[in-house]
Design a protein around this ligand. Structure first.
Ligand code: ADP
Ligand code: MG
Length: 399
């Protein structure tokens, strides 16, 4: 789960991490009211979307010369003008794709006199199975470019889970940024607190770009992106209200309501499968037969009628789908119960495309009988190869 910059900053502040003062705003009036509470004379108005590269982004509705999604404002009137121009318009950045994202929220924050911009991020490194802190003196810009052109300017600190973040790790971080004296001490404290935030919130990724040294010698978090491990969210009821569904893919939001693992793909054969491994195998065998899957969809172990119906609706909401292949192994769940669910769901959604079903496992014969007696044009298949051949043929015939 991703959250907005202002939400991430509010969370970091609780871990004694220095952030400039700021206020979130849903309207021009709120943006102005927020600015009035700040000392000035420099304000920054920032678009809140779940994508980076806002500063260099362009608004679709505004001319090519218009300012981007992070704007320095020198007066309250400028804040008002910028907020008016940004709210409701569509910001396109290197991370949003061509469609861009509509700006519905702003963050109005203190303008900082910047002496230096640094980069710092943390993530779970799958190769070492540990949390890695990635640090660079080259902040404010695209870190992929830094990694490609000047990899020696990036330092990675791998943190041992047995000791947690140590003083030595903090010293390495300060050294990577060439800091000394008070700033080095500040950096050591900051990185230790970031590690605490990362682990206690079960983050998946935390990126600070830029981390800045201000002209008056302080280290401040100017921009941050934070995402959480979805599998750990049950431990954090306090984080759930931070979710902004308007930033997510609508089909994937719908899927998550029913606890379905759904990812949209480019093909035309919708798949409904239980178990991620079987789902992968099903996608492979569709390809082997010369067609392409329209989605990955794992309905999970306990596929109830409600889940199966929701899954059918989800698959059919994709206009590219020309046929559906259901491939379910009835282990804990019996095949007759699954068949009942499929028949009820197919009736419920007025199924309009060919449907091939392959069931295997407990009570498979009863399950097949239910499908055959349903009065629906369901094609039954005997094994995975047979199922794939049948759905590909059905779709070709219908085309
Ligand atoms: P993005 O990464 O989405 O472009 P940032 O928040 O990193 O957005 O802003 C882009 C640039 O704008 C920063 O690298 C920094 O130079 C400047 N900036 C951002 N916030 C402030 C601020 N509060 N004060 C001064 N400059 C800022
Ligand atoms: Mg940034």
């Amino acid at each position: 789960m991703n959250i907005h910059e202002y939400q991430a900053k509010e969370l970091l502040a609780k871990f004694d991490i220095a952030i400039p003062a700021g206020f979130a705003a849903l309207s021009v009036e709120e943006a102005v009211a927020g600015a009035e509470k700040l000392p000035g004379p420099l304000y920054v108005v920032k678009a809140q979307i779940h994508a980076g590269g806002r500063g260099k982004g362009k608004f679709k509705e505004l001319g090519a010369d218009a300012k981007g999604g992070v704007r320095l404002a020198k007066s309250i009137d400028d804040v008002r003008a910028d907020a008016t121009e940004m709210l409701g318009n569509t910001l396109v950045t290197i991370q949003t794709g061509d469609a861009g994202k509509q700006v519905n929220r702003l963050y109005v924050t203190d303008g900082v006199d910047i002496a230096n911009e640094y980069y710092l991020s943390m993530l779970v490194d799958r190769a070492t199975g540990r949390i890695a802190m990635i640090i660079s003196t080259e902040g404010g810009m695209d870190i992929e470019t830094v990694a490609h052109d000047t990899p020696h300017l990036i330092t990675t600190i791998t943190i041992d889970p047995a000791t947690g973040f140590t003083d030595a790790d903090g010293k390495k971080a300060a050294a990577a940024l060439n800091l000394s004296g008070d700033l080095a001490a500040e950096c050591e404290k900051l990185t230790a607190n970031l590690y605490k935030a990362f682990t206690s919130l079960d983050c998946e990724m935390l990126e600070i770009n830029p981390l800045v040294e201000s002209a008056d010698g302080k280290l401040l978090v100017l921009d941050t992106k934070m995402s959480f491990d979805g599998n750990a969210l049950f431990r954090h009821p306090e984080l759930l209200p931070l979710r902004d569904e308007t930033e997510e893919d609508p089909a994937e939001v719908e899927a998550s309501k029913y606890d379905l693992a759904y990812i949209k793909l480019d093909g035309d054969i919708g798949c409904m499968v239980n178990g991620a491994g079987l789902a992968m195998a099903t996608m492979d065998i569709i390809k082997l037969n010369g067609a392409f899957p329209a989605n990955f969809l794992d309905v999970g172990g306990g596929a109830t009628k409600e889940k199966v119906t929701a899954a059918f609706k989800l698959i059919l909401s994709d206009p590219a789908v020309k046929g559906i292949l259901v491939n379910i192994f009835g282990g804990i769940m019996r095949c007759d119960i699954i068949a009942d669910g499929i028949v009820a769901a197919a009736k419920d959604v007025n199924l309009s495309v060919p449907l091939v079903v392959r069931l295997e496992g407990t009570n498979v014969e009863q399950g097949k009988e239910i499908l055959a007696n349903s009065g629906l044009p369901i094609v039954s298949a005997n094994d995975l190869g047979d199922a794939a051949k049948k759905i590909v043929a059905e779709v070709k015939q219908a085309a």
